[in-house]
Design a protein around this ligand. Structure first.
Ligand code: DAH
Length: 356
């Protein structure tokens, strides 16, 4: 029995995998295993012999079984360790290279403007980029002979011959969205309408497609004072300064009466713009009180309702805030430019989290 014990304990401790271990189990304590066969021989023994051989065989069987179990557990542990070593993964490594793409400054500034006006209760309205003569001009109190039509270098859409209705145009400004919004929702209204506009013009500060944001607030007693406050709040938030000074310059737009162009106090030091200080003035938008005829054209009763409107160039305020010298580069799709002036994809501008 000592020989059997030495043999099997030795083989078990040397086994290198579970299959070998299972073979050993069958050989030793399986139905026809060496120890099981020895147990069958107990019946042929004398009672005295049986009394010592029986318990000894049982003890040997138990010892071999527990050696098998212990070895099995050790092999499993070793296999797990091996697997963990092979499959180890540093989850703190970055999943992808950073900044594969960037947010275009126009998208970024549109989001910034939207966040600021949303905070003051303005919703976002939209209109088509191809619009009728009526919405782009007539409804805004710009009749056919008006010089503003020529000034705007309008792109006209081609019409099939024989059709003598006026052609559609690529909208020259976002102001037609004022009319569409008043028609759709009626007063009161508080919206901004950012979007693309088109004019046949091309130089360092003009491209045939550019972006504007229109503002419109209509209620029973809205005045120029409200306009001034809203614009001051906007300029402070947008340029991220505590104090600004706005200058309202009397102007003329067919769709507002009175009309004002708005400048902000600034300085240019070594080509860098500082808003809120200095002796220069920077024109940033056109505005005024919505002309009663415009309200009427859009189905809003001018005896009951009044309000302000403004229109601002998004590209222009993007160039000013982020020091971008040439507008044309915005639309060149040059990856080096986009990497330089673009914004990280997850930096969504909010008033609480920071705009830029
Ligand atoms: N639509 C004008 C333009 O494109 C900008 C503008 C001026 C819009 C005054 C307005 C406004 O709403 O009141 O030049």
């Amino acid at each position: 029995m000592d020989d059997l014990r030495d043999k099997y304990l030795g083989l078990i401790s040397g086994a290198s995998d579970e299959a070998t271990l299972e073979d050993l189990r069958v050989q030793a304590v399986g139905k026809k295993g060496e120890i099981s066969l020895k147990m069958r021989e107990l019946g042929k023994m004398s009672p005295e012999e049986r009394q010592t051989a029986g318990p000894a065989l049982n003890a040997l069987k138990a010892e071999i079984n527990s050696a098998l179990l212990a070895k099995k557990a050790a092999l499993e542990d070793a296999a797990l360790d091996e697997r963990l070593r092979g499959e180890w993964l540093d989850v703190t490594l970055p999943g992808r290279a950073r900044r594969q793409g960037t947010i275009h400054p126009i998208s970024q500034v549109t989001e910034e403007v939207t966040a600021i006006f949303a905070d003051m209760g303005f919703a976002v309205a939209e209109g088509p980029q191809i619009d009728s003569d009526w919405y782009n001009f007539d409804a805004l109190n710009i009749p056919g002979h008006h010089p503003a039509r020529a000034e705007m270098d309008t792109f006209y859409m081609h019409r099939a011959t024989g059709d003598n209705r006026p052609p559609h145009v690529l909208r020259t400004h976002t102001s037609p969205v004022q009319i569409r919004t008043m028609e759709k929702t009626g007063a009161p209204i508080r919206v901004i309408a950012p979007g693309r506009v088109y004019r046949a013009d091309y130089d360092q500060t003009h491209t045939p497609m550019f972006h504007q944001v229109e503002g419109l607030a209509i209620d029973r007693d809205i005045s120029m004072a409200n306009l001034k406050w809203v614009l001051e709040e906007f300029v402070k938030a947008y340029f991220e300064v505590d104090d600004v000074e706005l200058r309202f310059r009397a102007s003329h737009f067919p769709f507002t009466e009175p009309s004002a162009e708005v400048d902000i106090r600034c300085s240019w030091e070594e080509g860098t713009l500082k808003v809120g200080e200095g002796d220069d003035w920077l024109e940033i938008l056109g505005s005024g009180m919505v002309h009663p005829k415009v309200l009427e054209n859009a189905g809003v009763n001018p005896d009951e309702w009044q309000g302000f409107a403004f229109g601002m160039g998004i590209d222009r305020i993007a160039m000013l805030k982020y020091g971008i010298p040439d507008l044309r580069a915005f639309f060149d799709s040059d990856l080096r430019w986009l990497r330089h002036y673009g914004f990280a994809a997850l930096d969504v501008p909010t008033l609480h989290g920071g705009l830029s």
